[in-house]
Write a new protein. Structure first.
Length: 238
């Protein structure tokens, strides 16, 4: 896989927009990334910038695939990473498996009778990726997009959507031991604290009546110390 850097544009003196071309699922894609400067006065350039982009290619690939296959449920596929699981899901026919949420049931009637929500098998249709090079948005909009991406990278890097769904279903089961439910309560309180911080920063950028939003910064790593580091395997005694 190869990333081509097409253009670089300064954002606010501390970051650049990097306009990239890469191949995703057989398609040539125009994608835009944010590149932080490596010093207060000098941005990454030339080979250092190319290496930085190359190291993030799996992240770019996954985000683009999520846009190409909206509402994909790939998390139960085999693979060591979310990208491997996603590409294996595509190779298997890009079809969401049927499942019962919130109850036991291998078919729709049993699922709903037991109080669950049934999701039938569904083939997800691929849609073209929107060329983000041609997107025109003001700098405030771009900063909000960057904040949102940093939240996704942080939170999903610890607890991806598939893991969160599995833990939530475990918590909602009537036969889950009380001590496990209590541990999961702690996890969701932690997630709420991260989301609360995100929404505070989002409001500060979105709703500022002056230029103060331009200097707004954030650091999700401050929540590392309170992360309960829960895994489904550990809860089940694995």
């Amino acid at each position: 896989m190869t990333i081509e850097i097409n253009n670089i544009q300064d954002i606010d003196g501390t970051k650049n927009w990097i306009y990239l071309t890469l191949i995703v699922d057989g398609d040539e894609v125009k994608y835009t990334s944010v590149n932080p400067w490596n010093t207060p006065t000098e941005p990454l350039t030339e080979q250092a910038l190319q290496d930085w982009c190359n190291n993030r290619e799996n992240t770019y690939q996954l985000e683009i695939l999520k846009s190409m296959y909206p509402n994909a449920r790939y998390q139960d596929q085999e693979g060591d990473t979310d990208l491997e699981k996603f590409t294996n899901w595509i190779a298997a026919g890009h079809t969401n498996a049927a499942y019962c949420k919130g109850a036991e049931g291998s078919d729709g009637a049993t699922c709903t009778t037991n109080g669950g929500q049934w999701f039938p098998e569904e083939e997800v249709t691929k849609v073209p990726f929107t060329n983000s090079h041609s997107y025109i948005g003001d700098m405030r909009t771009r900063k909000l997009e960057e904040l949102n991406q940093d939240l996704r990278d942080y939170l999903y890097g610890k607890y991806d959507i598939g893991t969160q769904m599995s833990l939530k279903e475990t918590k909602d089961r009537d036969d889950t031991p009380a001590e496990i439910k209590a541990s999961l309560d702690g996890l969701y309180l932690w997630i709420l604290s991260v989301m609360g911080y995100y929404y505070t920063k989002k409001a500060a950028i979105r709703d500022a009546v002056d230029d103060s939003w331009q200097t707004e910064t954030w650091d999700f790593s401050q929540f590392d110390a309170t992360d309960p580091k829960i895994s489904l395997e550990a809860l089940m005694g694995g």
